[in-house]
Write a protein that binds this ligand. Structure first.
Ligand SMILES: [Zn+2]
Length: 164
């Protein structure tokens, strides 16, 4: 899914308790892409590396530097997620539910990335299995996603707010 949708899904699914919780959950929703492709974009913008263009759809994966692959594996693995979630739980002595937005990010990506561009390495580093989903850029994925987000935000942040 696109990065903005991930943030919005994270917020509405795991951050409805308070403003702080919302910010935290949307950050966890954003983080997997910011910590992989975000770094590539930043270094492109700052002119550190040769620019990889995304303007005409996903670029040839061979143009993407290897460190992005590596970071993508880490941030898009459910195994890594569960390990980090467990460590945080251990230190806080309670689960940090906003981290669910990270889990949800990976879950959404599994189905909305095809083999063509960065299928989700959700079992990394144990297994190489990846699912051939439908790209989130496909209209019948993209528009229902926007519509669903709209409905959820309207329901939880407008309709429910009014009632309380
Ligand atoms: Zn992602």
């Amino acid at each position: 899914m696109d990065t903005l949708s991930h943030a919005l899904w994270g917020g509405v699914a795991f951050g409805r308790k308070s403003r702080k919780s919302f910010l935290l959950a949307s950050t966890f929703g954003l983080a997997p892409d910011i910590l992989s492709f975000g770094i590539l974009f930043a270094s492109n913008l700052l002119g550190f590396t040769e620019r990889v263009s995304f303007e005409n759809g996903p670029p040839d994966p061979s143009l993407i530097p290897q460190y992005v692959d590596f970071l993508y594996n880490i941030t898009h693995s459910l195994i890594i997620f569960f390990v980090v979630f467990g460590i945080v739980w251990f230190f806080l002595k309670k689960p940090l539910w906003e981290m669910g937005a990270w889990f949800f990010h990976i879950a959404l990506d599994i189905f909305t990335h095809s083999f063509e561009f960065f299928p989700t390495p959700f079992l990394w580093p144990l297994f190489d299995y990846k699912f051939n989903g439908v790209s989130w850029g496909t209209p019948w994925v993209f528009f229902p996603n926007v519509a669903l987000l709209f409905i959820f935000y309207l329901y939880f942040f407008v309709y429910k707010k009014k009632k309380t």
